[in-house]
Ligand binder design. Structure first.
Ligand SMILES: [Ca+2]
Ligand SMILES: [Ca+2]
Length: 490
């Protein structure tokens, strides 16, 4: 990963210098342009394949890099065999396989997500097994993923986001065509699937959360992760989680979407427009009615030899929730600077905004709905916030002292976007708006270490400092959250 990103920077610098050369040469003689062009060609000549390969940059915003289909712990068995010297398996070039086993011990002191501000500890386990078959009966491909998520040592009531026993997380059949329009691949998928869309703020394959979102239905992808452009369209039923029984989806709830990815402007500008429609009819067990159009634009890029980076997201939402008309919006704006030093230091500042309900009596819902988005890295490790009714500026400093070690420090502050609407995850509201809007501040620390190729260790500490809104609406002790995590991959 590290090697790849530094390669990207290098090739980008080369592209830029090529550009500068040709720009400067426009004012000079044609012969000079031609000579430089020949010289560049000669330099690139030893490895034309590398020079031609398009490697768009990915965003540096925390948590916003998507995994579009196969989970990151799964690999082509041939590659795994070569890396480990398993000669008997080196010919297996048609099977993707992987096992991930994660153990996380969590300590919570005054958990604001519970009415009694419970202090508790828990051990979370998550086992994932992935198998994918490709290029045996092409264009037909098959993929399946098993998930087992458990919570031990805790006396709190069971939560479907934390526990789900022996579940089918993915099971889909694909038709894969290597080269279609403009030479781009086309993938038609049907079945149960997980994936990240755009910047993961509205549809995500969860990384921190012990139980992962999945969907049943159809998806068509034209283009791949490194294509200059890609269109991804889907019609899916969100899977409803059941701790003991098999999860199911229902015809009363459908999520439709079209997302576009334009990467030709890499590294300076990549643009991702999208439209999503969630149509959820009330039914027993899930009484919430929602019919929401969510549309937006995500843009990111780097400049100045990749030292500066930015990430912008702007989203509108129209429709209805609980039969009330809904008008809401949300945004994220981030700017980062990376120093050219061995420790790869980066300093970033950002603002998250999501509208809240202005007035409980105006017959309209203005609180943004984050759909199926991730929250952990975006809005604080404590898990007290999501992309609804917040104004959340943050500063982050990160370093990478070695290829294996990453450390970060994030300072965040949270205001209610509307002081008449709820601190949603804190389960508190003052509909009069007399309790102020500053909910509090959070300090997040994280260190992760790759012990060797099979094992990752991670430590997180988060401290929450409650503000006036918390003091004016009930008990207001400081709160902390710590975890130790080990992930084993095979
Ligand atoms: Ca289940
Ligand atoms: Ca309202």
């Amino acid at each position: 990963m590290v090697i790849r990103s530094s390669k990207r920077t290098e090739s980008h610098v080369n592209d830029q210098s090529l550009l500068d050369y040709s720009k400067g040469s426009l004012t000079g003689s044609i012969a000079k342009v031609f000579a430089i062009y020949l010289a560049m060609g000669a330099i690139n000549a030893p490895n034309p394949a590398l020079a031609q390969e398009f490697r768009p940059v990915t965003t540096r915003a925390v948590g916003a890099n998507r995994v579009s289909s196969r989970p990151d712990y799964a690999h082509l068995l041939q590659e795994t065999a070569q890396a480990n010297g398993w000669e008997s398996l080196e010919a297996v070039d048609w099977l993707d396989a992987g096992v991930s086993s994660r153990f996380r011990y969590e300590l919570r002191d005054h958990d604001y997500r519970t009415p009694g501000l419970v202090s508790d500890d828990a051990l979370f386990t998550q086992t994932l097994v992935y198998l994918g078959i490709r290029s045996v009966v092409d264009p037909l491909r098959l993929a399946g993923e098993f998930m087992d998520s458990r919570r031990l040592l805790s006396e709190r009531i069971s939560i479907p986001n934390e526990e789900n026993f022996t579940e089918v997380l993915q099971a889909h059949a694909d038709l894969y065509f290597e080269s279609t329009i403009d030479g781009e691949p086309l993938t038609l998928m049907a079945g149960r699937m997980t994936f990240d869309a755009v910047d993961r703020r509205l549809i995500a394959r969860n990384r921190y959360r012990n139980v992962i979102n999945s969907f049943d239905g159809f998806r068509a992808r034209l283009g791949g992760d490194r294509s200059p452009w890609e269109v991804d369209a889907f019609a899916l039923r969100p899977v409803e989680r059941d701790i003991d029984d098999f999860d199911e989806s229902y015809n009363s709830s459908w999520l439709y979407g079209v997302t576009g990815y334009w990467r030709a402007g890499s590294p300076n500008l990549e643009v991702e427009p999208y439209w999503l429609l969630l149509n959820q009819e009330p039914r027993q067990g899930l009484p919430l009615q929602r019919r929401l159009h969510t549309f937006g634009l995500h843009a990111f890029g780097q400049w100045d030899a990749a030292q500066w980076d930015y990430d912008l997201s702007l989203v509108g939402q129209l429709g209805e929730t609980r039969n009330l008309p809904q008008r809401a919006w949300a945004a994220h704006a981030e700017l980062g600077y990376s120093w050219k030093a061995d420790w790869k230091p980066r300093l970033a500042g950002w603002m998250n905004y999501a509208s809240g309900d202005h007035d409980p009596g105006d017959g309209m819902q203005q609180r943004f709905d984050p759909l199926f988005g991730a929250t952990f890295a975006f809005y604080g490790y404590s898990g007290y916030f999501s992309w609804q009714n917040i104004m959340d500026p943050a500063m982050r400093f990160s370093i990478q002292p070695t290829d294996r070690l990453r450390m970060e420090l994030i300072m965040r502050a949270f205001w209610l976007a509307s002081d008449q609407d709820a601190w949603v995850r804190g389960l508190r509201i003052d509909t009069q708006g007399d309790s102020g809007s500053l909910v509090g501040q959070e300090l997040d620390l994280r260190a992760s270490y790759a012990v060797w190729r099979w094992v990752d260790l991670e430590v997180v500490y988060a401290h929450f400092f409650p503000g006036p809104f918390v003091a004016n609406t009930g008990r207001n002790p400081q709160s902390s959250f710590t975890y130790f995590q080990a992930t084993l991959r095979f």
